[in-house]
Write a protein that binds this ligand. Structure first.
Ligand SMILES: Cc1ncc(COP(=O)(O)O)c(C=O)c1O
Length: 366
């Protein structure tokens, strides 16, 4: 017996990793978007102060955690949520991967995901034998749809869904009786301004009811907390209640010290601003270098990646970059629509980004 899961594509990138690593000055790895700037002191201090944790943590979140999420939505999005609408997660990936399981989905049910998608939406569907449909057009979602994943800002393409599209998607999902969740883990990395990108919980999207809607958030990227596994979700109270109950039985209760760290992270906008500006500078450097080297940057208006193309097969671009010691991710990892794109992550030191820019300059001279 084994779960039937989609192929894990990263192994196919190994030869290119080796090729890039053969560069005399070493590899510039812009493939996996794992944060590396330090975890802010304010968060580390909160974690250390919460080290005495003899009792079991609450699956629904501590009172302080709940208040912090409520405060964050009010402050950053101007959106009202209440205690019954929010829950902590162990990073957002586990919730995404387990959502079809927690909702009791199975064969015959359809899970909709974006045409360019983070792979875990499909992994979660495959784990329960549900069918995955990649579609960005709500009118095309079939009657059997039970769960819709939106992702804004998007990975890999950095696309932002506007309020009008979100409203149309929510209306369609509700007509189908399907849960609709927006993965908003990059919302604070909005290059169009200091405000986060639109949330699915915006009243202009959902009207006066949160029914069937869920916003999925993460502190991994905006607070450099990927190592803590710190996430949260907010939305329809019936749905959150159902998820919390299932998670309680399964033991998916985020550790108390991590919940305390999340309280500190959600309460402090300054470190997020600092991190956003770091990424903004790296993004500016990389866009200039990529453009000079003949790449076109598509979408990428928010989030942690540049979605670039030279109008050729993605693997040819990956190979050309690897010859100059740079590792990117072929767009095909995210769906056939990515066949001519490469994803370039902004998660590297200023020094490495500088090296990438110099190498791209050489690439443009070839
Ligand atoms: C679109 C998207 N959603 C969710 C995640 C998971 O993040 P985490 O589990 O660290 O919250 C990632 C990580 O890269 C992602 O790109």
């Amino acid at each position: 017996m084994a779960l039937e899961l989609p192929d894990f594509p990263w192994d196919s990138l190994l030869p290119y990793r080796e090729r890039a690593a053969a560069h005399p000055d070493g590899i510039v790895d812009l493939a996996i978007g794992s944060p590396f700037d330090p975890t802010p002191q304010v968060i580390q201090a909160a974690l250390a102060a919460a080290g005495d944790a003899p009792g079991y943590p609450q699956t629904a979140g501590s009172a302080a955690f709940t208040a912090a999420v409520i405060g964050w939505f009010a402050r950053r999005h101007g959106v009202t949520v209440e205690a019954a609408n929010v829950m902590p997660t162990i990073g957002s990936k586990e919730l995404i991967g387990l959502m079809p399981t927690l909702l009791g989905l199975g064969r015959g049910d359809v899970v909709v995901q974006p045409t360019l998608a983070y792979p875990t939406y499909a992994v979660g569907a495959a784990a329960v034998g549900a069918t995955v449909l990649a579609s960005d057009e709500p009118e095309d979602w079939p009657d059997e749809t039970r769960l819709v994943w939106l992702n804004s800002p998007g990975n890999p393409d950095g696309r932002v869904l506007d309020v009008e599209f979100l409203r149309r998607a929510v209306r369609r999902a509700r007509d189908l009786g399907a849960v609709i969740a927006n993965d908003e883990c990059y919302t604070e990395l909005n290059w169009a301004g200091d405000a986060p990108t639109p949330t699915i919980l915006d009243p202009r999207v959902i009207g006066d009811s949160r029914r069937l809607t869920l916003s999925v958030g993460s502190l991994s990227k905006s607070s450099n907390l990927a190592g803590y596994r710190a996430g949260f979700a907010a939305g329809c109270s019936d749905l959150v209640g159902e998820l919390v109950l299932a998670r309680k039985h399964l033991g998916l209760n985020p550790p108390a010290p991590i919940q305390a760290a999340m309280v500190a992270a959600l309460g402090d906008d300054e470190h997020v601003q600092v991190q956003r500006e770091r990424y903004r500078a790296r993004r500016t450097t990389l866009i200039a270098a990529l453009t000079t080297a003949g790449f076109r940057v598509d979408d990428s208006s928010a989030g942690l990646y540049l979605w670039v193309t030279r109008g050729e097969d993605a693997w040819a671009t990956v190979a050309a970059l690897a010859d100059h010691g740079i590792l990117g991710t072929p767009g095909t990892f995210y769906g056939p629509a990515g066949s001519q794109h490469v994803r370039i992550a902004l998660t590297a030191t200023d020094e490495i980004v500088g090296a990438a820019a110099r190498r791209l300059e050489q690439l443009s001279n070839h």
